[in-house]
Design a protein around this ligand. Structure first.
Ligand SMILES: Cc1cc2nc3c(=O)[nH]c(=O)nc-3n(C[C@H](O)[C@H](O)[C@H](O)COP(=O)(O)OP(=O)(O)OC[C@H]3O[C@@H](n4cnc5c(N)ncnc54)[C@H](O)[C@@H]3O)c2cc1C
Length: 467
């Protein structure tokens, strides 16, 4: 008996809404303009402290090197402060890019920020040792110690983030430590600037600087306070946990006293199960159900680590919170594409199922190709439903197994160029490709497509890893 045959509480079929993609689902040049506008705003906010320094007479300084060091310090701090904004998941701001890109940017911006702050400190240490004062916190002015501790915390933050997997730091613990250290480091940096007072002494500068600093801390407050509070007012209940093939489970949620969250097929949400949203125990999962289902949300989750291994123990009635929708991995962005190709590895089929189910519910008859890589035939998640969907969609399916059963006529091995190249070749001229699975798989398929001349704009990738 395969896992899908186990007795479970089944879902009653829900009403299918006609086919309204959410209103903002338009793949227009406007998206590019919005992206440019957000980048412009980001750069303006990074430059704001420097512009503030240049506006009005500069306080008497120690020459060019001194002013340069100060500019580096203010610039670095602005970059670090804006890290709160980048990870605040403001949907309007992340929509033109995709939140995974924002998280990657967050990572590289941290390196730029710390580089600027370290350079600020190094120039002063070498050229203006008297102004920096003694390193001993008992002898140093308190605001200098605050600056040093802040710098040390920023370094620890970055090392522990970039080396998290290497250092075997557990994700949830890392995340809490990351948030606490970031806020403390930021507060200490502001204390340092205010304490030095050199560039903030003028009343107007002090006021503007205080307001600017407050912005960062308000964003931190929004992330940890306001957003969980809003989520708590929009609870969901688990109505079923259904075993699937490949050590995966489909969790169905229904809203309690409010309309169900609308999403585009392929998007994802941060899901909290069985605990308060204030505890920041949320995990990102793609919606796997149809976006046309106006009653419930579905997520298909593979057992992988500490949290996902507990999914099978979740019981109907468990409280849940859903922060979303997020992401731009969606067929809805390409209404004029002549068809779509989906390449999924393992549970990477979850967002693809959402797109297939939605396209079927909308009566879409454009040609579709699904290439699904699985370990074995028994592990091949959703294979029965995919077969059924072929009667409702113009869908071709090519399954690739690493461990094929005797007499297997599909693909064998991993999703390499040799295995899937011939299937993709006739489609590279016009189709939009959606890739979801482990990074090596997504990289290999992307390279195959690029070699065959598919522009990046027609290759959409979702990786199930952000950190
Ligand atoms: C956009 C996106 C969509 C995803 N969709 C699905 C899906 O539909 N189905 C599915 O099975 N998996 C999905 N994942 C992966 C899923 O989020 C992780 O497998 C899960 O969070 C692992 O948690 P764990 O505690 O069980 O494993 P752990 O062993 O603790 O973590 C394994 C790795 O997962 C990542 N991870 C862990 N916790 C989090 C977290 N809270 N936030 C972000 N990353 C985390 C870390 O890189 C970690 O190293 C998705 C991930 C992303 C980024």
């Amino acid at each position: 008996m395969h896992r899908g045959d186990q007795p479970v509480k089944t879902d009653a079929p829900g009403p299918i809404a006609s086919s309204p993609p959410p209103p903002e689902a338009r793949p227009s040049p406007a998206r590019w303009w919005r992206a440019v506008a957000w980048i412009g705003l980001y750069l303006a906010l990074v430059a704001a402290p420097l512009l503030m320094l240049l506006a009005g007479p500069l306080p008497k300084g120690g020459g060019r090197a001194w002013d340069f060091a100060m500019a580096l310090g203010f610039g670095g701090l602005a970059v670090m402060g804006l890290q709160f904004v980048l990870t605040a998941r403001f949907r309007r701001a992340t929509a033109p890019f995709g939140i995974d890109i924002i998280y990657y940017f967050h990572r590289y911006a941290a390196l730029v920020g710390i580089g600027l702050v370290v350079a600020h400190y190094a120039i002063l240490r070498v050229g203006f040792a008297d102004a920096v004062g003694p390193a001993n916190p008992l002898a140093a002015p308190w605001h200098m110690t605050a600056g040093r501790v802040s710098l040390g915390l920023f370094v620890v933050l970055i090392v522990s983030s970039l080396g998290r997997k290497l250092l075997r730091i557990e994700y949830d613990g890392w995340r809490i430590g990351h948030a606490v250290m970031a806020v403390v480091a930021m507060v200490l940096a502001i204390v340092h600037i205010m304490g030095v007072g050199h560039y903030t002494a003028a009343a107007w500068r002090g006021t503007v600087w205080t307001a600017y600093s407050a912005l960062w801390l308000m964003v931190a407050g929004y992330i940890r306070g306001w957003r969980p509070w809003v989520l708590r007012r929009h609870p969901y209940r688990v109505t079923s946990v259904r075993p699937e093939r490949g050590r995966s489970w489909t969790v169905t949620l229904e809203p309690e006293g409010h309309p169900v969250l609308r999403f585009r097929p392929g998007q994802f949400a941060w899901v909290t199960l069985g605990t308060s949203p204030f505890r920041a125990r949320e995990h990102p999962f793609s919606f796997s159900g149809s976006a046309a289902d106006s009653r419930r949300l579905q997520f298909t989750i593979k057992e992988l680590g500490d949290f996902t291994r507990t999914i099978k123990e979740v019981t109907p009635g468990t409280i849940a919170y859903v922060d979303g929708p997020h992401g731009v991995f969606s067929t809805d962005h390409f209404p004029s594409s002549p068809g779509f190709v989906f390449v999924a590895g393992g549970v990477g089929i979850a967002p693809v199922m959402s797109m297939l189910r939605t396209l079927a519910d909308r009566g879409d008859r454009r040609p579709l190709l699904l290439i699904h890589g699985c370990r074995s035939w028994d592990d091949c998640l959703f294979r029965e439903e995919v077969q059924e969907l072929q009667s409702r969609l113009t869908l071709s399916v090519f399954q690739v197994l690493q461990e094929p059963p005797p007499g297997w006529s599909g693909g064998v091995g991993v999703l390499s160029e040799e295995v899937i190249g011939p299937r993709l070749a006739p489609l590279t001229a016009s189709q939009v490709f959606f890739l979801c699975g482990p990074k090596p798989m997504a990289d290999a398929v992307q390279q195959t497509l690029r070699r065959r001349g598919v522009p990046l704009g027609r290759i959409q990738t979702e990786l199930f890893d952000m950190a």
